[in-house]
Design a protein around this ligand. Structure first.
Ligand code: C5P
Length: 444
């Protein structure tokens, strides 16, 4: 029960700000590479896992030994390193990354990235990863000003890369002007801000331009519920829960990235909706159910992430309830059951593919298996909220996905990375189901 407005924000005080983030630091061949070990060290101090990837030319400016010492991992620099590939293949490494920062990014590297080349490890990782990419350009000021460099940057920005700097000032070549790599501390701040602004879904998502959607859910409509619901007691008090909406918003972003048209029905949260997602704000469970039912006939997939309040006060008072006077103690609140939104979807005439979530504090897997069947879901995603590090209102989560054909553990990770992995599993099951129902729909 709450009589003050919940902020829905996670306190990070006392936590290392980048704990659990997996970051690839790419280094290309410019003199500013001698500063990159400081960036790597700062990222590690903040709790990030860092994998350094060097281009061939980067070795002219900084040693792999230094970078291995500060990152705590052997440097990667080749697509053809059999031992490194056997430990973690480059596609696996691309998936591992939450963020890629290339510092310094030379004129040549910018040009190769802009062209979408994949003839060395660094460029290949960038193409094979869905992680956001940050670039810290560094080059001679005349090279920086050249129209070819500007063209490449324009293209990279359109592709969703974030460009940091460069700074202006004296350069290693003796000239003065724009082209100095931003200082490691400034780059570190940019990465931290970026990772912490988890509410900025648009910066995490690769932009999808209208008319250019592609992916496995192209042409499919996905309906997602997210956040808590608030059940009014009187005009200033309500019953609610700890849900921040982050996992639901991350799934909306992930659905957008696989080409779907996404509608998000959201309870009260402090998040900015992802660009390109139609967002319908609601307050309580009955409003959420009305919106879901209205949109259901159009939906191909339904993902119920919302933490819907199971009960609401039988009556929401018009006026603020006064404290009892005259020695009377206590106040009885009569609660009635809310509709079960997801069970309603599962039993509807226009039944889409149904995915539900379950937050459990004990016997998580067993309870979730039973819940999936009871509520008629195709898939359930369960997290153990007894662990305060993950789940409700935190930056990270760890879940098990359960469907008819199997179960998969997805280990602790950022909610955005988990959303991508969950979405991959949803797409695989959905496509399987379509193929079974209508084999011709997937014929080549
Ligand atoms: O039973 P429990 O609340 O744990 O079930 C969780 C799942 O059911 C979530 O997917 C949630 O969105 C959905 N749910 C619902 N309507 C309710 C309660 C839960 O759709 N009234």
């Amino acid at each position: 029960m709450a009589d003050t407005k919940s902020t829905g924000q996670n306190s990070l005080s006392g936590r290392r700000t980048l704990a659990g983030r997996c970051i690839i630091v790419g280094i290309s061949g410019g003199i500013a590479a001698y500063k990159t070990p400081v960036l790597v060290r700062r990222l590690r101090e903040a709790g990030a896992e860092v994998q350094v990837v060097m281009t061939e030319n980067a070795h002219q400016f900084v040693t792999a030994t230094t970078l291995q010492a500060v990152s705590g991992r052997p440097v990667r620099d080749s697509l053809w390193d059999a031992a490194a590939e056997a430990a973690m293949g480059h596609i696996e490494l691309a998936r591992w990354a939450d963020l890629i920062i290339i510092a310094p990014a030379t004129a040549d590297t910018l040009s190769r990235l802009a062209a979408g080349r994949a003839d060395d490890l660094l460029c290949t990782l960038r193409l094979a990863s869905r992680a956001p990419v940050m670039l810290a350009p560094a080059m001679n000021n005349v090279m920086w000003d050249h129209p070819a460099t500007m063209r490449n940057l324009q293209r990279l920005t359109e592709d969703g890369c974030v460009v940091l700097g460069p700074d202006s000032g004296p350069q290693a070549c003796g000239e003065t002007g724009p082209g100095r790599m931003q200082e490691p501390e400034a780059l570190f701040s940019a990465v931290s801000d970026y990772c912490l602004s988890f509410t900025d879904w648009n910066s995490l998502a690769t932009p999808v331009r209208s008319g250019s959607r592609s992916g496995n859910l192209q042409g499919k409509r996905v309906l997602i519920t997210a956040g808590p619901t608030r059940e009014a007691i009187d005009p200033v008090r309500y019953i609610s829960n700890e849900s921040s909406g982050k996992q639901g918003y991350a799934l909306a972003t992930a659905a957008l990235r696989v080409g779907a048209e996404v509608t998000l029905i959201s309870g009260p949260v402090n998040l900015t909706p992802p660009e390109g997602v139609e967002t319908i704000p609601v307050t309580n469970a009955r409003q959420m159910q009305d919106e879901v039912q209205a949109l259901l006939p159009e939906a191909d997939l339904f993902i119920g992430v919302a933490a819907v309040a199971d009960y609401r006060p039988e009556e929401a008072k018009d006026q603020k309830i006064k404290k009892l006077q005259g020695g009377k103690k206590g106040l009885n609140l009569n609660l009635v059951e809310n509709p079960d939104i997801i069970a309603g979807v599962s039993s509807s005439k226009h039944r889409p593919f149904v995915v539900g979530f379950a937050a459990e504090t004990q016997d998580a897997l067993q309870n979730a298996r039973e819940k999936r069947k009871r509520k008629g879901m195709d898939m359930i995603v369960v997290n153990d909220v007894a662990n305060p590090e993950i789940g409700f209102n935190s930056e990270e989560n760890a879940v098990t996905v359960i469907w008819d054909g199997g179960e998969e553990n997805l280990p602790q990770s950022s909610k955005m990375r988990l959303a991508e992995a969950i979405m991959d599993r949803i797409v695989a099951c959905f496509v399987d189901q379509l193929a079974t129902a209508n084999p011709e729909s997937v014929a080549e």
